[in-house]
Design a protein. Structure first.
Length: 257
């Protein structure tokens, strides 16, 4: 089973930061997961929320800000509010809390000393619509990652977004994310058989029939966000191919038992 670091090693380290992803690679994660949004000046950045209220105590909306404006914010301190009071805390790089671009994350993956996969989630709805997927496809092409051997795959809750991605980069693997079990009967009829299904662990736990039906229809399954032994055991029982976790080191340790 593949272990994918959810926004990096985000249980201990601020999500979507270079530190979180470096730690995930160091721990031996098979892959990294990121959410991407488009800035006002056309840069893809790794940010989950549409605004900065949770990570920088600001009402700034990602899609309305330039990359330079985003770089004025510290997106890491919210995770360690006590750091400035700790005289023994290690000195960190000045840019550690800066917003991470998808390009920089892809370069980190390309520079790794082993194969590390990258699961890119495009966030919708957004004012830029299909431009997000076009930008992602352009970057994948720039890195030479559009073939069937690409280390990258694209995920979304938006079926339309994945349709766009399939046209732009037909050989790149796609993952249809599912946040409601009752969506499956409709998705079963329209989702390409080659697409991976990506249900949330809560839906699999609360609706046992979902996993059984995914297996019945021969679907490959990637699950988010798996952080406990019980959740992992459920995934193992369903033959899940990949788990996305905030705690990649812990989950890998359980798999080695």
């Amino acid at each position: 089973m593949q272990v994918v670091a959810h926004r990096g090693a985000s249980y201990e380290i601020a999500e979507h930061t270079t530190d979180a992803y470096r730690e995930a690679i160091r721990l031996g994660a098979d892959g990294l997961e990121c959410d991407v949004r488009l800035t006002a000046d056309g840069h893809l950045v790794c940010v989950h929320d549409r605004d900065l209220r949770r990570t920088a105590a600001s009402r700034g909306v990602i899609s309305a800000m330039t990359l330079e404006e985003l770089n004025a914010f510290d997106l890491a301190s919210w995770k360690e509010p006590w750091r400035d009071l700790d005289d023994e805390a290690p000195i960190l790089e000045p840019d550690r809390g800066k917003v991470l671009t998808l390009r920089k994350l892809m370069q980190m993956v390309a520079d790794a000393d082993r194969r590390v996969e990258l699961a890119i989630e495009t966030k919708h709805p957004t004012r830029y619509g299909g431009l997000v997927e076009r930008r992602v496809a352009h970057l994948l092409d720039e890195f030479g990652w559009t073939g069937s051997d690409s280390p990258a795959r694209v995920m979304s809750f938006s079926f339309t977004a994945l349709q766009r991605m399939q046209k732009l980069a037909p050989k790149v693997q796609l993952v249809q994310l599912i946040d409601k079990a009752h969506h499956w009967p409709m998705l079963r009829r329209i989702v390409d058989p080659s697409w991976i299904m990506g249900p949330g662990i809560g839906e699999l736990r609360d609706h046992p029939g979902l996993g059984k039906h995914l297996n019945l229809h021969g679907r490959r399954i990637h699950v988010w966000t798996v952080n406990t032994r019980e959740e992992l055991e459920l995934c193992e029982s369903l033959g899940v191919e990949a788990v996305i976790s905030d705690r990649p080191g812990y989950i890998m340790g359980l798999l080695r038992r």
